[in-house]
Design a protein around this ligand. Structure first.
Ligand SMILES: [Zn+2]
Length: 278
C-alpha cells in the first residue's frame, strides 16, 4: 500500500488552460505513472510535469531550465509549500512522503544565520495567520483601508527581509525570496484589488522572479507571467518596450511548460492562464 501511496500522482484538476485549448472538461487526477515515479524531488527542480488532457493521459516531463550533462533530472513533489521556508517544506515532505530533503536549496537554507532563518519563517507565518485572512476579508468586503493596511504591513515585512538579504550572495538571494513568496503575493493581491496597476506591475514582477527561480514552467509561473503582461500592457500600452519585455517573460514561462508553440497558441494559452485561475 505504501508503494502506491508514495509513488502515485494526483492533482485537484488538469492543467486548466491546456484542457480548455484541447476542448476538454478538466477533471481531478489520480494515478500511477511507473517511469515518472522514479524521478526524485528537488525544492528547485530542473523539470516540470503535468498530465496531457487527452484520452492517453500521458505524463509530460519537460526540462524547465538548462540541464547540465550528468545533472540529475528532478521534479517537485510539493505544491504550494515549495514556496515556503525550509522548515515548512521539510514538514510537508516528511508527512506526505516520509523523507527529509537534502537538495541544494535546502542545504543552502540550512547554512543561514539563525536570525535570517527565523525571519523567513516569521514572514511566512505572519502571512498565513494574519495577512492572508485579512486580505480575503478586505477583498470580499471591498474595504480599501483594510487592503492598504495589509499591504503596508506586508511591505514592511519584506523590507526587513531585503535588508537581511543584502549580506547573502545574489544567486542564493533569489531562492530565499522564493521562500517568502506568500508575502510578495499578498502585496501583489492587495495592489491588484486596489486597482493600483503601477504598484501591481512592481509586485507581480517580484512574484514572477520568485516563481521562476524555484519553480520554472509551473502553473504558478505561467499564471503570474500572464497577469503581469496584462497589467504592463494596460499601464504602458500594447507594443511599448515594457509590454514587449513582459510578453517575452510570458513566452519563456509558457515554453518552459508547454514547449515551442506558434504565436496564436501562445497567446491563447496566456489568455486562458490569466483568466481561468482565480
Ligand atoms: Zn529541498
Amino acid at each position: 500500500m505504501d508503494v502506491v501511496r508514495y509513488n502515485a500522482y494526483g492533482d485537484r484538476h488538469d492543467d486548466l488552460a491546456a484542457a480548455a485549448l484541447a476542448g476538454q472538461q478538466p477533471v481531478a487526477l489520480l494515478g500511477l505513472w511507473p517511469q515518472f515515479s522514479l524521478l526524485n524531488h528537488s525544492c528547485a527542480p530542473n523539470a516540470i510535469n503535468w498530465v496531457l488532457p487527452c484520452a492517453a493521459r500521458a505524463m509530460v516531463v519537460r526540462a524547465a531550465r538548462h540541464i547540465a550533462p550528468g545533472e540529475e533530472l528532478t521534479i517537485s513533489y510539493l505544491g504550494g509549500p515549495q514556496l515556503l521556508p525550509l522548515d515548512a517544506r521539510r514538514e510537508a515532505l516528511g508527512s506526505a512522503f516520509g523523507f527529509e530533503c537534502g537538495c541544494p536549496r535546502c542545504r543552502a537554507e540550512e547554512e543561514l544565520s539563525p536570525g535570517l532563518a527565523t525571519l523567513l519563517q516569521d514572514t511566512a507565518s505572519r502571512v498565513a495567520q494574519s495577512f492572508s485572512p485579512r486580505l480575503k476579508r478586505g477583498m470580499a468586503s471591498g474595504d480599501r483601508q483594510q487592503l492598504m493596511e495589509v499591504r503596508r504591513q506586508a511591505a514592511a515585512m519584506m523590507t526587513m527581509v531585503y535588508q537581511q538579504l543584502r549580506r547573502v550572495q545574489p544567486s542564493l538571494r533569489e531562492q530565499l525570496l522564493s521562500s517568502c513568496y506568500s508575502c510578495v503575493e499578498a502585496i501583489a493581491d492587495a495592489d491588484t484589488a486596489l486597482g493600483d496597476d503601477e504598484a501591481a506591475a512592481g509586485s507581480l514582477g517580484k512574484c514572477l522572479k520568485a516563481a521562476a527561480a524555484v519553480t520554472p514552467g509551473s502553473d504558478l509561473h505561467v499564471i503570474v507571467a500572464s497577469k503581469l503582461e496584462e497589467v504592463v500592457g494596460r499601464l504602458h500600452g500594447e507594443g511599448s518596450l515594457q509590454q514587449q519585455q513582459a510578453w517575452q517573460a510570458c513566452v519563456e514561462a509558457h515554453v518552459a511548460r508547454y514547449g515551442q508553440l506558434d504565436q496564436a497558441r501562445l497567446r491563447r494559452l496566456a489568455e486562458l492562464n490569466r483568466t481561468l485561475y482565480v
